[in-house]
Design a protein around this ligand. Sequence first.
Ligand SMILES: Cc1cc2nc3c(=O)[nH]c(=O)nc-3n(C[C@H](O)[C@H](O)[C@H](O)COP(=O)(O)OP(=O)(O)OC[C@H]3O[C@@H](n4cnc5c(N)ncnc54)[C@H](O)[C@@H]3O)c2cc1C
Length: 478
Amino acid sequence: MDEFDLLVIGSGSGLDVANVAANHGQSVAVVEKGPLGGTCLNRGCIPSKLLLYHADVLETIERADEFHIDATVDDIAFAEIVREVTEEVEADAESIRRGLQSSSAHELFEGEGRFVDERTVEISGGEDDGTRLRADTVLIAAGTRPSVPDIDGLEETDYLTSTEALQLESQPDHLVIVGGGYIAAELGHFFGTFGTDVTIIGRRPNLLPEADEAVATAFTDRYADRFTVHTGHAATAVSETDGTVTVEARPYEYGPDSGILEDKDPVTVSGDELLIAAGRVPNTDTLNLEATGVKTDARGFIETDEYLQTTADDVWALGDIAGEYLLKHSANHEARAAAQNIFGDDLQPVDYSAMPFAVFASPEVAGVGALEQDLRAAGREYATNTYRYENTARGDAMHAEGFVKVLIDLEGEILGCHIIGPEASSLVQEVVVAMKAGSGTVQDIRDAVHIHPALPEVVQRAFSGGFTRGDDGDHHHG
Ligand SMILES: Cc1cc2nc3c(=O)[nH]c(=O)nc-3n(C[C@H](O)[C@H](O)[C@H](O)COP(=O)(O)OP(=O)(O)OC[C@H]3O[C@@H](n4cnc5c(N)ncnc54)[C@H](O)[C@@H]3O)c2cc1C
């Protein structure tokens, strides 16, 4: 049996902890069943954002006539775009692999890891098949995979998940997307901009249901202009004949009595490709956790305490599989905290405050902090203000549409900020800094000098007064 100081399952953000251990002079085993670098690098953030930037360039050219510039697109080498992106991430994964193989501190085991007991993992598949590894400390960072919902006929139908969609070299004529979250929104934008007809079926009343309701509503309206959107519908049956996929979707009520409204008529849509973008499930079922004391919650995510310790001694977990925020910057943040807690002298809880998110669709969306619907549901006192891009000089120059919405408490503390419009993912960052490193009040943003006329003025204006009580209280000027 091979013995190590640390054993890490999963080479996404888990690798950051492995590298800290190696720098501390520890021996580290890394177990990975897929390409090195995890979901973000190989089938998530990186390929999606590389592809989406091509769509953004095309969209800019297509809007040129608004600026009295006559531009035409002669040719789009779609397959070439996708191939180049695939090659770029494959090269990055390979370079991580070579780095690990040439390191004297790390040992890489390429195969699926399954627990034999709390500190022992057996490799299945690959050259190391059957090898057993034992370590003093184990870190589970095995991520998630696409969730495949139970839809009649789906098993007999060819469908894509995000993994395959990101590598699809032939552009669909008509893509049907089941799911209304950020992956559906981003991939809809990518294929749609390149000319694919896109139909989106989402169960919730709005697309991007995890966003603030004002942003989600505005986003859904914009997508309904661009694409065929059936929100409030659940896909119930799928069939395929001669390369045509047909999806039946039934009206769906979301809420305490969630369910299909049987008395309402279904809609039927068809396309030549079907993308299932219905969320993610944790890879805990691949790990034989039954052999350990590691507990999972009802959805299969690993239970951890505020330090990222699991319910088994010296077994830690982080990232998607711990189920806090399924985002790469959250996994990386947890990796820093886990490394400190595993190798440091005292335990520090992970600070999840001001965790932002972004959706790189068109329009772009980003947000941080509380959502208005949650404040209302919690009966909180709050005030809100919204400022539109069009009313700033730079927004006007860009013909930008969208808004920044701010939520504060009655003392002026920032509770949340939600943005829809160009560069939302960059604009939200100053709010994150104010919430995390500043006083956390509107003054941080209002009183800082903002470059004129640059886009962040829309953020500053949104924070600069005109606040209205959002609950049923009186007017308040923050
Ligand atoms: C299409 C898409 C777009 C995304 N875009 C963004 C974005 O723009 N921004 C953002 O913040 N996040 C984005 N994400 C989410 C992001 O990819 C994840 O939050 C992040 O990768 C989680 O990192 P992780 O280290 O927890 O897990 P992962 O990166 O999933 O790494 C887990 C690794 O464990 C391996 N593994 C699993 N089980 C075993 C086993 N039993 N034995 C051995 N190895 C195993 C897997 O092969 C995988 O490589 C996106 C995800 C998708 C799917």
